[in-house]
Design a protein around this ligand. Sequence first.
Ligand code: Z5A
Ligand code: MG
Length: 206
Amino acid sequence: MARGRFILLEGCDRAGKSTQCSMLVSALKARGHAVELCKFPDRTTTIGKMIHAYLTNAQELDDKAVHLLFSANRWEAMQSIRRKLLSGTHLVVDRYAYSGVAFSTAKGLDLTWCKNPDRGLIRPDLTFFLDLPTSEAERRGGFGEERYEKRELQEKVRDVFLQLQSKEWVMIDACKSVEAMHHEILKETEHKIQVAEADAKLAEED
Ligand code: Z5A
Ligand code: MG
């Protein structure tokens, strides 16, 4: 049995990450795959509740302290993520460490300092980056409700994301329709899963 694939959707605010994650999970389930959704920040844990209070302006926190909380919120999920992947379940993940680095660096923290707490986390097998200009994000539902949803910061965040971009990222133009984006994301994901399954079969035959 092949290890599950870790499929990450990262990107700009309001780019449609959550919409695409849930469509991808449904499409993979419909094709008979074992798949689960994972979202960061996970606001259900004790650490996640502190993050939520900060994001909704109910609590003030030092920038470095909140950066470490976002990272701890990923670390506390690692055992469960590892177990699921090893059992053959694919994980579709809505934001991860790139968001952590992009937001905190955009706020003025040092890039290397920001990367350090996430070193050693399980790495994604496939990363999509949903790119959307801030002017377009502002027109979409819910923008402006939380702490970071301000034009100037969002533009800096996008710049840091593009600085972090690696050649393995699959860039998705988030100005496209929901359906067009889904089509691209599903096609790439299915290809990744097929390659992993073929590799596992070959390894079994060896
Ligand atoms: N953060 C951090 O600082 N450090 C970290 O380590 C992590 C996160 C992990 C909360 O994240 C904040 O935490 C976030 C980053 C920071 N701050 N900001 N800003 P979150 O993931 O919980 O944020 P969210 O509330 O889910 O918003 P989002 O992720 O920015 O939105 P989205 O998931 O990309 O988009 P959506 O919810 O799918 O869609 C947004 C709207 O656009 C909705 O009305 C849709 O119907 C519409 N939409 C979606 N797709 C389209 C297309 N293709 N065309 C037109 N309209 C569309
Ligand atoms: Mg979202």
